[in-house]
Design a protein around this ligand. Structure first.
Ligand SMILES: C[S@@+](CC[C@H](N)C(=O)[O-])C[C@H]1O[C@@H](n2cnc3c(N)ncnc32)[C@H](O)[C@@H]1O
Length: 434
């Protein structure tokens, strides 16, 4: 059963009431049970996340830069947090108004129904962005928000250990606009509030996820250059792999792709073992959440219907992958063992009986996992693939297309995204016969 933070008593009202004061729009609540939500993604993954939202029955998701906007009932908002594999977090727009002066800002901020969203004594974090507006001083905007909110500011660990009395908000205030893909934001305590001022329109959004959704909770051990869990899932989803064909990652490192594949194949929600911020909202609906959890539980398969194999030549990486898979409850679904790529062989066929499957992997890039002989590694990899698994699909996350070309597989770019500060591409193709 999916768990969340302690269940809270049911609040007097599930959704904030609609207010129609002139010049204000009540954040996407014209349809009373609909939230206006935004799934934050790493730029480049928006289409993958939009498809996931559609699969959850959410209609008309709209692609933006670094995320996808959608309308959701409370149930769908909870389900999006539980089920989205490729997104970083889900935020809800709770208010929108125009302000060209600090007094206008403050009086509109006072009318925000904070008590529905933020517990009385909960620490908060505020992140402000301003673009093309009279109110451009982001620290001063933040100060007004904090004053009106009248909640303690969350003190991040690094500040706690630093100078006493130092400012304590987390996240940089900037002028860029959309909430950023902040999976690397190490500190996830405190309710995150996002304030965006764009051409004098102020939008207030509230984070519903808490820790980034990419942190499933299973990956405590890593090998070299691990992939984020949500990126690994995005590669699988963008491939069109549906969990009924064998899957092989012959450079599996800490096992992220294989573990995400097992979660997908068994219909296990990626958020099964974690809590979400919305569980702490005064407006939290425990009954709705319990029903979302029960529905998810009923969909989980007892075992993966297909072979999922992860190999790596590094014994430490395989140990880490096994420990991670165990924490994710999918150790029994994955064959994880030490092997060099030259030992690669085809796993057993899937239930459909046909012999083809998928190789989805994240080979060393060079910049992160170095070595002078990367060209040889890619060329050897291509040769082994052609000999052992001709006709299979190949998906690789690569930083250098020329290096990828060494495999001699005709590859098409499916995604372009940043990973560990590098621009990387996800390329796919069909492995030819030798
Ligand atoms: C970029 S890392 C993969 C990271 C992985 N996706 C994760 O999330 O942890 C590349 C991996 O390739 C492995 N590797 C490099 N050369 C290899 C070879 N010839 N045979 C097998 N594994 C190899 C390394 O040990 C390393 O774990």
């Amino acid at each position: 059963m999916p768990s969340t933070a302690e269940p809270r008593p049911r609040p007097p009202a599930g959704s904030p009431t609609h207010r129609s004061a002139r010049g204000r729009e009540s954040g996407g609540r014209s349809n009373r049970d609909k939230h206006l939500a935004f799934a934050v993604t790493a730029p480049g993954l928006e289409r993958v996340t939009a498809s996931e939202l559609e699969a959850l029955g959410i209609r008309g998701p709209r692609l933006g830069k670094g995320g996808v906007s959608f309308r959701a009932s409370t149930r769908q908002l909870y389900a999006a947090n539980l089920w989205l594999r490729s997104a970083t977090r889900v935020v809800v727009r709770i208010e929108r108004f125009r302000a060209t002066s600090f007094s206008e800002l403050e009086s509109s901020l006072r009318a925000v129904p904070w008590s529905t969203w933020v517990p009385r004594r909960a620490p908060v974090r505020v992140r402000v962005a301003s673009h093309g507006s009279k109110l451009y001083h982001t620290d001063a905007i933040e100060e007004r928000v904090v004053r009106v909110l009248d909640r303690p500011l969350h003190v991040p660990a690094r500040t706690r250990e630093g100078t006493p009395g130092e400012r304590s908000t987390v996240g940089t205030n900037d002028s860029s606009g959309a909430p950023n893909d902040d999976a690397s934001d190490g500190d996830d305590d405190g309710q995150l509030i996002l304030v965006r001022v764009n051409h004098d329109e102020v939008t207030i959004s509230i984070d519903s996820s808490g820790a980034p959704l990419s942190r499933r909770g299973y990956r405590l051990q890593t090998a070299k250059a691990p992939l984020r869990e949500n990126l690994a899932a995005a590669l699988l989803l963008a491939s069109g792999w549906d969990g009924t064909r064998p899957l092989l990652d012959p450079l599996c490192g800490s096992g992220t792709i294989a573990i995400e594949a097992a979660l997908l194949a068994r219909n296990i929600p990626p958020g099964q073992h974690r809590a979400f911020r919305f569980g702490e909202w005064p407006g939290f609906e425990p009954g709705t959440w319990a029903s979302v959890g029960a529905e998810a539980e009923a969909k989980i398969l007892d075992e993966a219907p297909v072979a999922i194999v992860g190999t790596d030549r590094d014994a430490g990486a395989i140990k880490a992958a096994q420990a991670n898979a165990e924490r994710a409850d999918v150790l029994g679904d994955i064959d994880l063992h030490e092997a060099a790529i030259s030992d690669l062989t085809a796993p057993a066929p899937g239930p459909a009986g046909d012999r083809t499957g998928w190789v989805i992997t994240n080979p060393p890039y060079g910049a992160r996992v170095g070595g002078p002989d990367l060209r040889d590694l890619y060329a050897r990899f291509g040769q082994v693939l052609r000999e052992q698994v001709p006709g299979w699909h190949l998906g690789m996350l690569v930083a250098d297309h020329r290096l990828a070309g060494q495999t001699k597989v005709r590859l098409e770019e499916q995604l372009r995204v940043a990973n560990g500060g590098l621009r990387v591409s996800y390329v796919t193709g069909v492995i030819p016969a030798p």
